[in-house]
Design a protein around this ligand. Structure first.
Ligand SMILES: Nc1nc2c(c(=O)[nH]1)N[C@H]1C(S)=C(S)[C@@H](COP(=O)(O)OP(=O)(O)OC[C@H]3O[C@@H](n4cnc5c(N)ncnc54)[C@H](O)[C@@H]3O)O[C@H]1N2
Ligand code: MOO
Length: 409
């Protein structure tokens, strides 16, 4: 098996292989509007209604006939008889004739017969009459269907449900939304030195941070994290653990992929899985492994806390987007002026942790300091990765390519 696998791929080659193995999910569930924020729409949505549902007024004032009011001015106001009121939600049922007006409130339908509206501040009320200081016009009338036309598609399968889109779906008349069921992503941290937070830390031990940083990244990408408990050190133990986890769509392991002794994940994959590639020309994250086990895609993330997070962002996040059928790009890019030097790796593309900020001259970016893959603080303090091609460092003042962390800048 190891003989067939590819090694030392470029980031682009590796990403292509990962995406080839991702089969978009078809399972749809219906969520109430209020619970659907952040989910991915599973079907196109057509509007069930026109919005506005009728011609209505965008101002508080009086609806009337434009022809009656043409001569109105401050010095020569026009007087109309007020025959009723039309608050929003309680439309006026009669018809407006010559010399008449109906008091209307923002959002109320324009009564039949009227073709113009005058704002209340351009009028003076006197009992059953209203004086107009200027002509009424149609500009403050919102036309039926200006925003939404019944039967038209406004949201598409694959759209991330942002607050604006959830609001739009509500305006279109939907109480529940068909969304793609969140892929279940197993997270398995390996390593004898790894101890659960809350337990006493033995000499040489390290708290398990990867399971929790990865769970957050999975949620952020639209998946459902399933943190698997540590396993007994045998292929059988691992298999039992995975079977107990129930149906998974992706498995993330952390640790045990560098040059050390083969760990049990590797041993299991060699025996009963397929390793597609091992090692990518990037830093951090060089020892990344990608495999399939029993039809389950498996990303073997390096154990170093920064490497695990960066490889998830660059490969796991796009893979989850494809499983979800999400159509927005998994990562965005910016150009920024470097405020500090950024050091290249001589042979691999480097992803340096940095703080990106907006200034009057545009984006500027500074290093978070120590760039060791073991310094997890850099991922907490930083909000972006500076991308440097092999051998190409950057000096202050130079323009660099930056990938903001999702959900930040
Ligand atoms: N001789 C070589 N050694 C190493 C190489 C190499 O090319 N030659 N590559 C280095 C690189 S790069 C990386 S990255 C790491 C990856 O190692 P593994 O994936 O095998 O991970 P481990 O050895 O198990 O752990 C590495 C490091 O991370 C800590 N760790 C592991 N799991 C967790 C966790 N769940 N939470 C927090 N921290 C974790 C672990 O204690 C180690 O310090 O290999 C280099 N070595
Ligand atoms: O490639 Mo490793 O992830 O730098 O420590």
């Amino acid at each position: 098996m190891l003989m067939n696998m590819k090694q030392n791929l470029s980031v682009e080659e590796a990403l292509e292989m990962v995406l080839q193995e991702a089969r978009p999910r078809q399972t749809i569930e219906h969520l109430p509007l209020a619970a659907s924020y952040g989910a991915v729409l599973g079907e196109d949505l057509i509007s069930k209604v026109h919005h506005p549902s009728a011609d209505d007024t965008s101002v508080d004032g009086y609806a009337c006939l434009e022809a009656d009011t043409r001569s109105a001015s401050l010095g020569n106001p026009v007087r109309l008889r007020v025959i009723g009121q039309s608050p929003a939600g309680k439309p006026f049922s009669g018809r407006i004739g010559r010399g008449e007006a109906v008091q209307v409130f923002t959002g109320a339908p324009i009564p039949p017969g009227a073709d113009a509206v005058i704002r209340v501040e351009d009028t003076l009320r006197e009992g059953e009459f209203v004086w107009l200081m200027k002509p009424a016009s149609a500009t403050d009338i919102r036309r039926k269907g200006d925003d939404l036309v019944e039967g038209q598609t406004y949201l598409r399968k694959g759209d991330l449900l942002t607050p604006g889109r959830v609001g739009l779906a509500a305006a279109m008349g939907y109480a529940t939304l068909p969304v793609v069921k969140r892929p279940r992503v197993g997270i398995l941290s390996t390593g004898d030195e790894v101890v659960e937070p809350g337990e006493a830390l033995p000499y040489g031990g390290v708290y398990n941070s990867n399971s929790y940083s990865l769970a957050g990244l999975v949620v952020e990408a639209g998946g459902e994290p399933v943190i698997l408990p540590k396993i007994s050190d045998s292929v059988e133990g691992l298999r039992t653990q995975l079977q107990r986890a129930g149906q998974l769509d992706l498995l993330l392991t952390s640790g045990g992929v560098s040059m050390g002794e083969y760990d049990i994940v590797r041993r299991m994959l060699e025996r009963e899985g397929e390793i597609h590639f091992w090692k990518v020309r990037m830093q951090p994250g060089g020892p990344l492994l990608f495999a399939t086990w029993n039809g389950l895609p498996l990303l073997g993330l390096p154990g170093n806390p920064v490497s695990a997070m960066v490889t998830f962002l660059l490969f796991g996040r796009p893979l989850l987007f494809k499983l979800l059928g999400r159509t927005d790009p998994p990562l965005s890019r910016r150009r920024a002026i470097a405020d500090t030097p950024f050091e290249a790796n001589p042979t691999r593309r480097a992803y340096r942790r940095a703080v990106l900020r907006w200034t009057e001259e545009g984006y500027r970016v500074a290093t978070t300091g120590n760039q060791s893959s073991a310094v997890l603080r850099s991922m907490a303090v930083g909000n972006a990765l500076v991308v440097l091609e092999a051998g190409v460092s950057a000096q202050p003042g130079e323009i660099v390519e930056v990938i903001p962390f999702p959900g930040t800048t």
